[in-house]
Design a protein around this ligand. Structure first.
Ligand code: PLP
Length: 398
């Protein structure tokens, strides 16, 4: 049961009482656990509780368990599975829930890797992703009409990558419930500190823990948190397929996670400042940030997010050329993909993360050729704005 506010739970969370009274939980780098007797081993294999009941790290491990429990509390779920990457978490969801001949509804504005996975690997298995753009996903009648008997789930990101459109979690969860299918929300951009999709009716959330949860850009990991009975199925699938997280990565994420609230507060504050600064600049066609006016799904923002997040996207003049010039002129902000790091990172979706889309697909998903995606870090705001202004120097004014 959650006893404290998020900022406190994020620091303290689930505590284990080890005989050695460790202040910080040790990292349990072990694949197996001894049985005191043959009978204990036999009981464990029958799924019975024996002591702490650890059997094999593919099934569970004390360090991974601690992260899973902490994320279960923060997201208000029933259970969680930590995975080797965000992509293996997403793949496990699809594989556990859909079979050949099935389909699912997905917003087309997605993490580039998710889109590539849905269009290549999943399609090969004769599972069909029905893509709808952000505006269509916020239209209840379009969603209802798109669901048929073979539809197994609805999959969304909100804020969606890279245009940061906000999708209406409560409405989508209501439609999903009526049709008796789960709504899955990729909560990577918001984290449970800013948004709790399960409280709004979603059945499962998925994270790339590589990003804000860990926050330090030094590992790849994922996690699924959700409600039963769905999580029982997901856990069983993951035990069979083995896409699990290393205990060491779980230990590092537990460490990184402790500063999530203060990182996010600082990063959101700077992102808000940068988005307002860019919004009036005539070298920029459009700024995407949930805290600004005229954003897709903006009216939903207040209902489902505590703050607008720390990702800012903007379209510079001059398309691909302008986008590349901005990146090449950066001195402080790192030119790279990924996000959620304490360091600020910038990338150009059309030539990088979303080059998995064809130009037509990018257009449909609302991803402009001059779009820059900025992940705002915790640096001094004056240094960040100076670097951004300097990087805009070769972009023509229109
Ligand atoms: C990075 C990311 C993923 C994939 O996660 P990996 O940890 O890189 O496998 C999925 N969704 C979103 C929104 C992401 O940003």
């Amino acid at each position: 049961m959650v006893k404290y506010n998020d900022e406190t739970e994020i620091v303290h969370g689930v505590k284990y009482d080890y005989p050695t009274k460790d202040h910080v939980a040790p990292c349990h780098m072990t694949s197996i656990y001894r049985f005191d007797t043959a009978d204990d081993g036999s009981k464990l294999f029958n799924g019975e509780q024996v002591g702490e009941s650890f059997l094999y790290t593919r099934a569970n491990n004390p360090t991974i368990d601690q992260l899973q429990r902490k994320m279960t509390e923060l997201e208000r779920g029933d259970d969680a599975v930590a995975t080797s990457s965000g992509m293996s978490a997403i793949a496990s969801l699809v594989m556990a829930l859909a079979s050949p001949g099935d389909n699912f509804i997905s917003c087309s504005t997605l993490y580039g890797g998710t889109y590539a996975y849905f269009t290549n690997e999943v399609k090969r298995l004769n599972i069909h992703a029905k893509f709808l753009n952000s505006e269509m996903c916020n239209d209840r009648s379009i969603i209802e009409k798109s669901i048929d008997d073979a539809t197994k789930f609805i999959y969304i990101e909100t804020p969606a990558n890279p245009t940061l459109s906000i999708l209406d979690i409560s409405m989508l969860a209501e439609v999903a419930k009526l049709k008796d299918i789960p709504l899955i929300v990729d909560n990577t951009f918001a984290t449970p500190y800013l948004q709790k999709p399960l409280e709004l009716g979603a059945s499962m959330v998925v994270h790339s823990a590589t990003k804000y949860l860990n926050g330090h850009g030094d590992l790849i990991a994922g996690i699924i948190v959700g409600k039963n009975p769905y999580m029982e199925k997901i856990k069983e699938y993951c035990f069979h397929m083995g896409p699990i997280m290393s205990p060491f990565n779980a230990w590092l994420i537990l460490r990184g996670l402790k500063t999530l609230a203060i990182r996010m507060d600082r990063q959101c504050e700077s992102a808000e400042y940068i988005s307002r600064m860019l919004d009036g600049d005539d070298r920029i066609k459009k700024v995407y940030y949930p805290g600004l006016d005229n954003q897709i799904g903006q009216e939903k923002f207040d209902r489902q997010m505590k703050k607008p997040g720390a990702m800012v996207s903007f379209e510079v003049n001059d398309g691909i050329k302008g986008g590349k010039s901005f990146l090449d002129n950066l001195e402080l902000i790192t030119r790279t993909v990924s996000l959620g790091d304490v360091e600020s990172l910038a990338q150009h979706p059309a030539s990088m993360t979303h080059s998995t889309y064809t130009p037509e697909e990018r257009k449909k998903a609302g991803i402009d050729d001059g779009l820059i995606r900025l992940s705002v870090g915790i640096e001094n705001i004056g240094d960040l704005t100076r670097d951004i202004n300097n990087a805009l120097k070769d972009i023509p004014r229109k």
